[in-house]
Design a protein around this ligand. Structure first.
Ligand code: FE
Length: 188
């Protein structure tokens, strides 16, 4: 099975799991996030990052519900490490930083925290809460800060029950193109 098939199979197999505390499934959430990125005309790598940003929740069969128990499963680290031999940093870095981007926006953008869902506020606290001034400064040093913030905003919005968006197949060619373009290893 090639990498694109492997990724699609994982989302097909585990994507019906609830997106913790929200009214959409993991699969619906992923597809809505990717569609928001595509609608803004963003590069293929960032569309793929949006599609796969929560795959860390699916790799172990799903870890949803841990935040409510006060456990930070670090799904962003799990995902970026798992994806690193399949994609380059244009995909893995926005994913790795998408939780930090929430902590960042809570610190720098008045009103941001007020529009987060209840589940997202719960996980924010488990994830460490809003960034301090020093954390803001070091986050802004990343070359992927803008992409991570964009991904975070799609993530926050990709929670609409019943929204009709393109299916996984819509992203197959893009997954293959991005994986090849970034020199990821073939096979596996
Ligand atoms: Fe998400």
């Amino acid at each position: 099975m090639n990498r694109t098939e492997e990724i699609i199979a994982i989302i097909e197999r585990h994507g019906s799991k609830a997106y913790g505390g929200e009214r959409v499934s993991q699969r619906e959430h992923a597809l809505q996030a990717a569609y928001l990125a595509e609608q803004e005309g963003r590069p293929d790598a960032l569309v793929v990052a949006a599609l796969l940003h929560d795959i860390g929740h699916l790799l172990d069969g799903g870890d949803q519900g841990l935040a409510e128990q006060g456990i930070d499963a670090s799904h962003e680290e799990v995902a970026s490490q798992w994806l690193a031999d399949r994609f380059g940093p244009e995909v893995t870095e926005p994913i790795r930083l998408h939780v930090d981007a929430k902590r960042y926006l809570c610190a720098v953008e008045p009103g941001y925290i007020d529009q987060l869902s209840a589940a997202s506020v719960t996980s924010l606290n488990v994830q460490g809460g809003p960034f301090t001034a020093d954390e803001v400064a070091s986050f802004e040093e990343s070359p992927f800060v803008d992409d991570a913030v964009s991904l975070r905003r799609w993530d926050d919005r990709a929670k609409t029950p019943g929204l009709q968006v393109p299916d996984l197949e819509h992203y197959r060619a893009r997954l293959e193109a991005v994986s090849a373009a970034e020199g990821a290893n073939e096979g596996g």
